[in-house]
Structure formats: C-alpha cells, structure tokens
Design a protein around this ligand. Structure first.
Ligand SMILES: Cc1cc2nc3c(=O)[nH]c(=O)nc-3n(C[C@H](O)[C@H](O)[C@H](O)COP(=O)(O)OP(=O)(O)OC[C@H]3O[C@@H](n4cnc5c(N)ncnc54)[C@H](O)[C@@H]3O)c2cc1C
Length: 306
C-alpha cells in the first residue's frame, strides 16, 4: 500500500466523560444516565469530509460544515455518532418512548424478574386539567383540595395493585401473569442506544411543547444536559435549524407576503380559498390550520387580518 493514512486516536469528549454513568434525576423516582458513547462533532465532520473530499480543518470551519449539513438535511454524517443510555421511567411514558423504532433496546423483564417496586406518584399541585383546544394535551392545574383527593386515591390504588401483585408472587403465580394488573405508573428500566441523527429526531418530537410533560422532562435532560455537552456544534445547529425554527406552508407564506405589503383583502382571499374562514352564525369555525397560522403570526408580531 502506498497511500498514507492519518494516525487515529480514540475520540473522547471530556465534558461528556465527566458525566458518564452519573444519573440525572427525572420525575419522582426516574433517572437517565449515559452508559457509553461513540464519536463527537469531529466524527460528523470527518464523515462529511469523506463525501466532500478533505477540506475544512479549523474549528470555525467545522462549525460551519455542521451547520451546512443540518441546514441541508445531509443527515448520514450524524449517524456516525452513537450514544447508550440507562433509563428508569414509568411505563406510560416508556410506551411513547418505545415507538421510536430506530434505537436498540434492552428492557428489564418482569417475566424474568420481580417488577420494580416503584410507581410514579403525583403531588397534589401536579394534577393537570384536560386541554379544551388539544385533545392530546393538558392546560392548567387543579386546586389543592381536589389535588389532595386525587393524590390520596392514587396512593390507595398503587398500594392495592402492588399488594395484589406481591400476593400472587408469594402464592407462586408465574411472574408473567402476576404482573398484569400493575399500573402504567410502575417504573421500568432499559438500555437504549441510538445514533445522533435519530436521537435528534426523537428530541425534536419529544422536547416539543405538545409532547406529554413526563417524556418531555427526559428529553429536555438528554438535550440540554447531555447532547449539548457531547456535540456542542451539532446541538447549536439543531436548535437553530430544527428545534427553534419555524416552517411555513406555501399558503402561509402567501398570506404573510400580502400582509407585509398591506394587501389585507388579498391575504383574506387566500385564507378564505384555503378554507380557513368558514363561519357559522357570524362566528369563525374552528380550523386547526388557521389557528396554527395565528400562532405563527403572533410570533412574528403580525396582526391577524380576520
Ligand atoms: C405529540 C405526539 C403525539 C402522538 N400521538 C400518537 C397517537 O395518538 N397514536 C399513535 O399510535 N402514535 C402517536 N404518536 C407516535 C408517533 O406517531 C410516532 O410513532 C413516534 O413519534 C415515533 O416517530 P417516528 O416513527 O418518526 O420515529 P422512529 O420510529 O424513530 O423512526 C424515525 C424515522 O425513520 C423512518 N422509519 C422508521 N421505521 C419506518 C418504517 N417501518 N417504515 C418507513 N419509515 C420508517 C421514518 O422516516 C421515521 O420518521 C405521537 C407522537 C407525538 C410526538
């Protein structure tokens, strides 16, 4: 072989090494900790250089390249990094988590072992009310008196479920069957390994304000406390181009262009053609697209024209 290859050292990220194995507490008895990882921002850059030929070397250029990759959704270089977590999480949040199919998972088995003796509890001031606008969401909290009753009922229910489970186990009922009435609040544990590209996809969906609060708490720790230390350039680009960016449909852009040009009637016409302005008894009917557009207009400081 005549070609010369650079000498390679194992890639380590000191900021991540500092927190390796340390649990971050989540909810009342959950945690998340990094067990292992592979790669860094440098690995993303290194992989991209293979496709673009040798090029950027300086830190500033690496940042620019990562931002370019993120901006243009050139995603495979981000798949060169991997991270493995150990998670302890209530089963209802885990049920949402496990829908992300692009990870490798090994979960604690309650067929093989006794179920973890811990269920997520809710403090009296933590009971959320059903949102009226979003069928999947919550809005506001119950008063303390109601909250205290709900918490007391939760305690009784969890105690009964656990005692029933334990009674079955003591009688010799198979663990795989004894567990069937354990509540979804029961904690489970898992090892979860995923590449950086798919992890960012997970974070984009689960850090978002519409994601359920419980899973969002885990996602926020992964993002702000772990990924930000592991791959700071990628994290910065992700926040900029994905998490905190805003997408506009062609119709939305047309409405905005007309509003900026002070062509209010034209903007209204486009909105009407899009079916956003249907009325009943002089009142605008609920229309999700229009309502989401209203949020975007508010964010831009533009007054809605309807
Ligand atoms: C706010 C919110 C509400 C939700 N509500 C519901 C609900 O009511 N009911 C419900 O069932 N789910 C619900 N989900 C789950 C959601 O539909 C997804 O299953 C989940 O978010 C995982 O997303 P994903 O498939 O993109 O991720 P991953 O499984 O990690 O996949 C990542 C990407 O890989 C590709 N991919 C993976 N597997 C395949 C495949 N087999 N074929 C083609 N492409 C593939 C897709 O591009 C996918 O986006 C909800 C999720 C969120 C965030």
């Amino acid at each position: 072989m005549t070609e010369e290859f650079e000498k390679l050292e194992p890639i380590r990220v000191p900021e991540l090494d500092e927190i390796l194995g340390k649990p971050f507490k989540v909810l009342d008895d959950g945690f998340i900790r990094v067990v292992d990882y592979m790669g860094s921002d440098q690995s993303v850059v290194q992989a991209a250089r293979v496709s673009y030929g040798k090029g950027t070397k300086k830190l500033r250029q690496d940042r620019g390249l990562i931002r370019y990759l993120m901006r243009h959704k050139h995603t495979t270089p981000f798949e060169m990094c991997e991270i493995k977590f150990h998670i302890r999480i209530p089963m209802d949040a885990w049920r949402q988590w496990i829908r992300h199919r692009t990870a490798n998972v090994n979960e604690y088995s309650t067929r093989y072992s006794i179920a973890i003796d811990s269920a997520q509890t809710t403090k009296p001031d933590e009971w959320r009310m059903q949102s009226k606008n979003n069928k999947q969401g919550s809005a506001g909290f119950f008063d303390t008196e109601t909250g205290e009753k709900l918490t007391e009922e939760e305690r009784r229910l969890q105690k009964l479920a656990r005692e029933t489970y334990q009674k079955r186990i003591d009688l010799g009922v198979a663990r795989e069957q004894a567990r069937k009435d354990l509540p979804l609040s029961t904690y489970t544990e898992a090892y979860w390994k995923i590449d950086l590209h798919n992890l960012l996809h997970f974070l984009r969906l689960r850090m978002e304000k519409n994601a359920q609060l419980e899973i969002r708490k885990y996602a926020e720790i992964i993002g702000h406390q772990i990924v930000s230390k592991w791959v700071p350039f990628t994290w910065e680009a992700f926040l900029d181009y994905e998490m905190n960016a805003q997408k506009f449909s062609a119709i939305e852009l047309e409405v905005i262009k007309n509003l900026i040009a002070d062509k209010i009637d034209d903007a209204l016409q486009i909105a009407d053609n899009a079916g956003w302005l249907k009325e009943k008894e002089g009142k605008l009917l609920k229309n999700l697209e229009r309502m989401e557009m209203e949020e975007k207009l508010e964010m831009l400081g533009i007054k809605k024209p309807w």
